[in-house]
Ligand binder design. Sequence first.
Ligand SMILES: *Cc1c(COP(=O)(O)O)cnc(C)c1O
Length: 386
Amino acid sequence: MPRFKQRIDQALGERQDQGLYRQRTCLTRTALQTMGPDGAMINFSSNDYLGLAQDPELISAWQEGLSQYGAGSGASPLVTGFQTPHQELEALLADWLGFDRALLFSSGFSANQALLFSLLQADDFLLQDKLNHASLMEAGSLSPATMRRFPHNDMQVLQRLLKRSDAAAGDRLVVTEGVFSMDGDLAPLAEIHTLTRAHQSWLAVDDAHGCGVLGEEGRGSCDFAGIRPDILVVTFGKAFGLQGAAILCDHGTAEYLVQFARHFIYSTAMPPAQAHALSTACRLIRRDQWRRDKLAELSALLSELVDPAIALQSTPTPIKPLIIGGSEQAVAVSTALRERGIWVSAIRPPTVPANSARLRITLTAAHSQADVKKLAHSMNEVIHGE
Ligand SMILES: *Cc1c(COP(=O)(O)O)cnc(C)c1O
């Protein structure tokens, strides 16, 4: 008798006992509002930082793409799935972000996995920030390389790990996020870049939360820090308002991934209409500096209005964590805010380290000053009432 059922029941029971049981909530999102089970909500939990997901220009671009190219790509990229809109998007990304090549993937999760699985061999060392995304951690631990994790943004430990592996037979790859998704802080990319150059290591940056938001024309964390990594991963589910991802790299690495990255070779190419819409998203991101300016303005307003006794983190990004600690308390605050029409999800372990459950508040260029005022006032009421 297989014991899957027993195993499943036990795992679910444990999650429930730990207060870590997760559930999806079905929402309806339109250009004007987000509807939750209790009515209209102001959504402060999306990653749609620039407000593009509901942007009329982007929506028309996708519709236009559908009329022009049809619904699906029909095949993987090496068969017949790579079409003119994909090629145009790759060229646009490479030019904008300053790399030889861009290679498209269906998701950031698969791009990260493709990168680490194809690049790393036994004898190699993979050095990762402890707070890197689950897709990077998982691929790293399953890869044949030796993975070492350094404490978040700890340059001394990174330097020590690089020194210690100087004599290694294989290569070194340092991987960090540009903007950390659950904390909203930045990696010290200039220092990391200097260290990797000094130790002949490659540097890969996952800029899922920085691209579009930081830097000149929204080029992201690396532009903001004045560096160019060997490999850059950008994802389209956040500031681009859509879905998908790209790996930016030199010509040889792109060719290598085309030959050997299984997530690329054996997966259906994104719909051409989506690639067409993504090219429009790139143009809007570059053109609309006002979206980044508005985020800065809303960010300043929030810090000004939230009671100083509330330990809301001040960050240079639209991600504003409020670390609460206990999972149940975090859920309680989230529920109390929801009763006031504010949607802020509680983020609990294992997504974040133990005892650091938090509210992850995110601002978007689609929020108004009135929305942010309502958020601040509700936080002041609810968190004082704790
Ligand atoms: C969201 C995210 C990913 C995954 O991207 P998807 O396109 O959603 O699969 C990868 N890395 C980081 C840092 C992310 O925040």
